[in-house]
Ligand binder design. Structure first.
Ligand SMILES: [Zn+2]
Length: 265
């Protein structure tokens, strides 16, 4: 018998609550946008989202699909421990060890609806720089005093490391996993994506600037603190919401030239 690795998933829109379907649409779009903006690592990494009104259950990607293939109906419903509650008819499963980081944060920070983790080239580069993320651009200044750092302890995450992970994230929505990659989370999928986009862009700029070999100019501390405050979610407007509809229109437009199923399937 050959394994069923077909990606022709049945649309389950009429079989789940309206809230779950919306969470599936938001999360599937988030995976596609992560691909569009160059933040994927083959089939690896995860973005997880809580299902509203069903706070004990989360959505996660099938392990084995690239982000271009992910659709609303292909997302797996799991509990906080990573046990599968529902998955499509497929031999693909989930990456339980990859979920461990997400599970630790979802358990400790129930107000967060989405956790996102990447292994991008720029993110990995900055994660290995002793200076950490430098507030050298307007984009990176929002993270001053609002980002955690977690030292690398190896690929297998045990119970004790989960506690250190949560401790190192603290109250923040962003964390640099040293020698590993980036992590963001947020009150909505849109916010977690927006924070990741800004963090990624900050890392790309930092790598470019340091590669230029010139001394880096940093603004004074009071300017940094003021700027970081202005860019916190809620200071002026919610994060990532105004941007989201334009990005969905981008996905809609690009779908027309794509051989992949639409994310809304
Ligand atoms: Zn990772």
């Amino acid at each position: 018998m050959t394994a069923n690795y077909s990606t022709q998933f049945r649309c389950i829109r009429d079989e789940v609550s309206a809230a779950e379907w919306q969470a599936r649409l938001d999360l599937a779009a988030c995976y596609r946008l992560t691909d569009v903006y160059g933040m994927t690592d083959l089939i690896y990494n995860h973005i997880t989202a809580r299902i509203p009104g069903d706070e004990e259950h989360l959505l996660i990607n099938l392990y084995g699909l690239i982000y271009k293939e992910i659709t609303a109906s292909s997302l797996v419903k799991i509990d906080l421990e990573g046990n599968i509650i529902w998955k499509p008819d497929t031999d693909y499963g989930i990456n339980k060890s990859g979920y461990v980081i997400h599970g630790a944060i979802h358990r400790a920070r129930p107000e967060l609806k989405c956790v996102m983790h990447t292994h991008t080239r720029a993110g990995m580069a900055v994660s290995a720089q002793k200076c950490g993320l430098l507030p050298m651009s307007q984009t990176s200044m929002r993270f001053v005093g609002h980002i955690g750092y977690h030292d690398y302890e190896g690929p297998a995450i045990d119970l004790a490391e989960r506690e250190r992970l949560v401790r190192d994230l603290g109250p923040h929505d962003a964390m640099i996993l040293r020698n590993h990659g980036l992590l963001t989370c947020g009150a909505t999928v849109q916010q977690a994506f927006n924070t990741m986009y800004q963090l990624e862009l900050s890392c790309r700029a930092q790598v470019d600037a340091l590669a230029g070999g010139q001394e880096i100019l940093l603004p004074p501390q009071e300017v940094l603190g003021h700027t970081a405050n202005l860019y916190q979610p809620g200071t002026r407007r919610p994060y990532g919401v105004l941007e989201w509809h334009a990005m969905l229109r981008q996905l809609d437009a690009e779908q027309k030239n794509s051989g992949y199923p639409p994310y809304w399937h």
